[in-house]
Design a protein around this ligand. Structure first.
Ligand SMILES: Nc1ncnc2c1ncn2[C@@H]1O[C@H](COP(=O)(O)OP(=O)(O)OP(=O)(O)O)[C@@H](O)[C@H]1O
Ligand SMILES: [Mg+2]
Length: 391
């Protein structure tokens, strides 16, 4: 057989990992290297190139609070398994005392309460979110700096050999599992690096230089705190960056899109809403600051948008197909809700409560981002104000 020399392109990604990449980027703002490392691992797994005696990969996410370290894993689970909770999540803060490790792996036979303890990490638990096409599992250790010594040694075994021995001696194989660990260690040092020079983000250093400074700061903090044998077993340390103002605006957009999707998923009250720029600015003021990233944004949206909308629905001031405008009233210092139209959406059967699969988020984004483009046949102007819901 004669084969001509043919130049290959090792950078080309498969269709499935390209889709994963683009969908993840619609949900995670910035944090390029976080997204990139997840997509890389996924590609390795899809190609079947992962080693059988190690986990598919292990990533340590460092960086300030509210920058997306946990969210990126949830978003990946949403995309791949259709549910943001499709993972085993270990909140290390709950396992600070060595005896609590039994909650993770179960206690040995003969111990008091042996039968009542259901270990969190088992082969069945790892397999519970498998789909027909994807036999992959996610294991997330959140706030790893709070782990006890017992948890550390367990984790070292998992990272090294992809194996875990349960209390009753059963073996768990984690070779088809991606391990994620998060910590905000070094996060406050990063914020300090930034606040030295500015309020939100006009540092004097060039962005590249500042990025590498931030990365060094976080990695050094991790190296000081964590054992070298742990750091050496991790495939990659990814430093998440503080979110800039325009990134927070994009996150607000995504979150509002998710609320719109929730409204469209309700049984009887599917309606559209739009949020004016002034109201968005208010939500951003309420929900974000440099120190907490986007952590409070969701809460601000719940309090200021979701609760009032739920009240309007429950009292039937807003009905199926309405279009509601949410604006900021400077004089009164509060958000005002105004019905702008009817017949904005066609009634559709409420879907199964879906955990925002790829398609759902796409719809949510489109509708949440541009509800003003929806055709409004009968514009009426009944002003609906929400009293008392905004404190
Ligand atoms: N980069 C991002 N892209 C999209 N949404 C984000 C991003 N960062 C934060 N968010 C939003 O903020 C919320 C909080 O973020 P997340 O839970 O990921 O913080 P974290 O980095 O894990 O912080 P902590 O160290 O305190 O656990 C998320 O649920 C999400 O709504
Ligand atoms: Mg987190």
């Amino acid at each position: 057989m004669q084969v001509k020399n043919q130049l290959l392109n090792p950078l080309q990604r498969s269709k499935e990992s390209q889709i994963f990449n683009t969908t993840l980027r619609t949900r995670i703002v910035g944090q390029e290297s976080g997204v990139q490392s997840l997509v890389d691992l996924y590609q390795v797994f899809c190609a079947g190139m992962n080693s059988l005696d190690r986990p598919v990969g292990s990533l340590l996410f460092l960086g300030p609070t509210g920058s997306g370290k946990t969210r990126i894993v949830e978003a990946a689970a949403e995309i791949l398994f259709g549910d943001s909770r499709a993972m085993i999540k270990v909140d290390c803060a709950e396992f600070q005392h060595s005896h609590e490790i039994a909650k993770l792996i179960g206690s040995p036979p003969g111990y008091l309460g042996h039968r009542e303890t259901h270990p969190l990490i088992t082969q069945e638990a790892l397999a519970q979110y498998h789909t027909e096409k994807l036999k992959l599992s996610f294991l997330l250790f959140d706030e790893i700096e709070k782990a006890s010594d017992a948890l550390w040694s367990l984790l070292l075994g998992i990272l090294d050999k992809a194996r875990l021995t349960l209390g009753d001696n059963r073996l768990v194989n984690l070779s088809a599992t991606m391990i994620f660990m998060t910590s905000n260690l070094g996060g406050s040092d990063i914020i300090e690096l930034l606040t030295g020079t500015m309020g939100f983000a006009q540092p004097t250093d060039k962005p590249d230089k500042l990025d590498s400074k931030m990365e060094r700061t976080a990695t050094e903090a991790a190296r000081k705190k964590f054992l070298p044998e742990f750091m050496n077993r991790i495939d990659k340390v990814v430093v998440f960056h503080p979110l800039r103002q325009e990134q927070l605006e994009q996150i607000l957009e995504i979150e509002l899109g998710m609320v719109q999707q929730r409204v469209l998923d309700t049984a009887r009250g599917q309606f559209l809403f739009r949020v004016t720029p002034a109201a968005r600015a208010y939500l951003l003021r309420e929900g974000t600051d440099l120190k907490y990233g986007a952590r409070h944004l969701k809460r601000a949206i719940e309090r200021n948008i979701v609760y009032p909308l739920a009240n309007l629905l429950a009292t039937e001031q807003v009905k199926l197909g309405d279009l509601v405008c949410i604006d900021w009233d400077e004089e009164q210092g509060r958000l005002v809700f105004q019905k702008e139209g009817e017949g904005a959406v066609l009634p559709v059967q409420a879907p199964e409560r879906r955990a925002a699969g790829a398609q759902a988020a796409q719809t949510a984004h489109t509708i949440g981002g541009r509800p003003a483009e929806v055709l409004i046949p009968n514009v009426i102007s009944s002003k609906v104000r929400n009293y008392g819901a905004l404190d």
